[in-house]
Design a protein around this ligand. Structure first.
Ligand code: NAI
Length: 346
């Protein structure tokens, strides 16, 4: 009944956790461990139903498998959700119980921060298991790493599509000026890009526009603004049949997760002549940083992986052009090949 009602995608193991003492109810999904333990965030929030929590954790854990593979990390895909029920807040007891459940998986899943979780939560999980990263003593905020990976990718994509030897005078619209988008906008401005920025936080947008000499556009108009590059750094799901028809740029390269509403939208972007830089490839800098303690990777080795992202992007683009296929499809295929190669099922 469960196998038929859920959208499993080759998941190795899904664990339902219940701890009566603390009130913890959680799901841990391990999608694939062929390349290494499944690392992924522990999302802490209330869900409208158990099913929506299960759908979330299955989808997100699978995404981690492909993201880690494209970043060439010795990691697989996993994710967990802590379901907050009946308005009950999270508690240290719940986190310790979560740690015990993770410990029972003997290192097949490594927890990290995610929506609703903080380094303090990871510290509490870490009281009962060693299989956790993102603690307050670990490497710190992943956002600068994510921003740098997106910046390097954007540079590579602009060079490829616009023949631009650098970003001087390249017109970039950045939507979402948070931890990643704010840093990306600064980096682009330093590189001489002509910036248009948008965020629902008008105060932040005004401050950054002044600081960076950027134009401001309303968030709902950002996508259609004429530019060389559009960098979505707010929420996912932006590209649909309808929005692709209005897109004002010929290159898309941003940090937001799950930018394509459906896989078909990757093809629609390609058909519209847009160079789409697959989100989970270009935004892997944060994962590379978070993975460091878990796989004992020093900073120079992590920086090497970060700086390899634009090279992987370039080969995805070249392959896509050679085959007349969307970059999203080529990236998915490369990720699958890497995982299949590691599991010896090729
Ligand atoms: P954040 O929460 O710090 O920033 C998001 C920004 O987007 C905020 O300034 C918010 O006001 C703005 N925003 C929200 N809705 C908007 C809308 N409709 N129009 C315009 N602006 C809007 O988040 P963060 O960390 O910067 O992440 C941004 C995106 O990148 C998210 O999709 C996240 O999942 C993704 N990402 C982040 C990573 C990281 O290391 N922080 C790693 C990989 C992906």
């Amino acid at each position: 009944m469960i196998f038929d009602s859920m959208d499993f995608s080759g998941h190795e193991q899904v664990v339902f956790v219940s701890d009566v003492g603390s009130g913890l109810q959680a799901i841990i999904a391990i999608h694939n461990t062929a390349r290494g333990p499944g690392l992924g965030g522990c999302r802490i929030r209330s869900y409208s139903s158990e099913k929506s929590a299960a759908v979330d954790v299955l989808r997100l854990s699978e995404g981690m498998t492909w993201k880690a593979a494209l970043a060439d990390l010795p990691l697989g895909g996993g994710k967990s959700v802590v379901m907050l029920r009946d308005g009950r807040p999270k508690s240290p007891e719940m986190m310790r119980a979560m740690g015990r459940a993770i410990e029972r998986l003997a290192g097949r899943y490594i927890a990290a921060e995610d929506v609703g979780a903080t380094p303090a939560d990871m510290d509490q999980i870490g009281e009962t298991t060693a299989h956790v990263t993102g603690r307050s003593s670990d490497v710190g905020d992943p956002a600068p790493w994510t921003a740098e990976g997106v910046f390097l990718s954007l540079e590579a994509a602009a060079a490829h599509r616009l023949g631009a030897s650098d970003l001087k005078g390249v017109r970039v619209t950045v939507k979402g000026l948070g931890a990643v988008g704010g840093r990306l906008a600064k980096r682009l401005s330093e590189a001489g890009a002509v910036l248009t920025i948008a965020d629902i936080d008008a105060e932040r947008t005004g401050r950054m526009a002044e600081e960076l000499g950027a134009e401001i556009v309303a968030p709902e108009a950002a996508l259609a603004t004429s530019a060389d590059v559009y960098a979505p750094c707010a929420l996912g799901g932006e590209f649909t049949r309808e929005t692709i028809a209005r897109l004002g740029a010929k290159v898309v390269c941003g940090a937001a997760n799950n930018q394509l509403a459906t896989a078909e939208d990757g093809r629609r972007l390609a058909d519209a002549g847009v160079l789409y830089c697959p989100d989970y490839l270009v935004n892997a800098g944060g994962l590379i940083s978070v993975a460091r303690p878990a796989i004992d990777m020093d900073e120079p080795a992590a920086l090497k992986k970060l700086r390899a992202i634009p090279g992987t992007l370039k080969s995805v683009i070249e392959q896509a052009e050679a085959e007349g296929e969307p970059t999203s499809l080529i990236a998915d295929r490369l990720a699958r090949e890497r995982v299949e190669g590691a599991s010896g099922t090729k």
